[in-house]
Design a protein around this ligand. Structure first.
Ligand code: BJW
Length: 241
């Protein structure tokens, strides 16, 4: 079915790290970023919405866009890929889930200790890193209770630094892993985009799951298909004991 025996790289004795991207939430109805027809960047300009400069120039526009996106996420549900990846935390000797997604759907499906590289759309923060939940109902401009600065989504925009502790945890997990699995990411945005090559250079077994062979086909193993279909089949094919 896969062209290789999944038990060779995924079984209960393995230490596994999974990196996910927007493709994992596509089957939950959340658009990816770079799909040429339905991706966010097909309709919206990242420069005017997902950069610190955009927020300085027009904070209301940026907040309205994120409020719209958050409402979309709130009305969506995890799909079989999220649920299968949550199951995996019980299956392997060691397991770390890293995501670039900000939608929180992994946690909603039951995954714990997820390393969220790009933040979380359900949190707001000010420039002084005071964190807040979205006020319900939200009305622009929401300000920080501590320092009165304007609140923004706790999301890593282009040109912004990632949380160094989270990045260090991602790198340590990959360093300690036997197998690195990459699902549903175009592998364009750094630093996450560098993880697959780094894992290969470290001699880890690498597996990519993606409907587009252009996204990560350099991996040792590649499964062409949708995450919500492939992951349950893959789990079914593994001898877990
Ligand atoms: C399916 C599917 C299905 C569909 N099943 N699959 C080195 C080289 C070059 C540039 C840089 C570099 N280092 C830094 C940069 C600059 C920049 C960058 O990478 N630019 C590139 C565009 C070249 N990076 C940054 O600015 C980062 N900051 C940084 O590096 O600071 C320095 C620093 C680093 C470390 C420590 C300290 C300092 C920040 C990047 C922040 C990215 N933010 C975004 C937007 C967040 C805002 C928001 O959500 O609104 O994060 S960009 C956007 O892309 C979002 C995503 O998380 C990210 C990745 O996208 P993803 O997930 O890959 O989605 P798509 O749409 O690209 O792909 C979807 C995939 O799914 C496709 O492959 C489909 O085929 C597949 N798919 N259906 C499975 N059913």
């Amino acid at each position: 079915m896969f062209g290789f025996n999944p038990n060779d790289i995924l079984n209960a004795t393995k230490k596994v790290v999974v990196l996910t991207g927007a493709g994992v939430s596509a089957e939950s109805g959340i658009p990816t970023f770079r799909d040429p027809m339905e991706g966010y960047w097909a309709e919206f300009d990242p420069e005017t919405l997902a950069t610190p400069q955009a927020f300085r120039k027009d904070p209301r526009l940026v907040m309205e866009w994120y409020q719209w996106r958050r409402n979309k996420v709130l009305s969506s549900a995890p799909n079989p890929a999220h649920f299968e990846l949550a199951e995996w935390q019980k299956r392997f000797r060691s397991y770390t889930l890293i995501t670039q997604n900000v939608d929180g759907l992994h946690e909603k499906a039951g995954s714990r200790h997820v390393l969220e590289m790009h933040g979380n759309i359900h949190r707001l923060r000010c420039q002084n890193m005071h964190y807040h939940a979205w006020p319900e109902p939200y009305e622009y401009p929401a300000k920080c209770h501590v320092c009165s600065k304007l609140l923004r989504p706790d999301i890593v925009w282009f040109g912004e630094n990632l949380d160094l502790k989270i990045l260090a945890a991602c790198r340590a997990a990959i360093l300690g892993a036997d197998t690195f699995v990459v699902i549903g990411t175009s592998g364009i945005v750094y630093p996450a985009a560098g993880f697959l090559d780094a894992a290969q250079k470290m001699g880890k077994a690498t597996l990519v799951i993606n409907p587009d062979p252009g996204s990560g086909a350099q991996a040792q193993y590649f499964i062409k298909g949708k995450a919500g279909e492939v992951l349950p089949q893959l789990s079914h094919a593994i001898d877990w004991d």
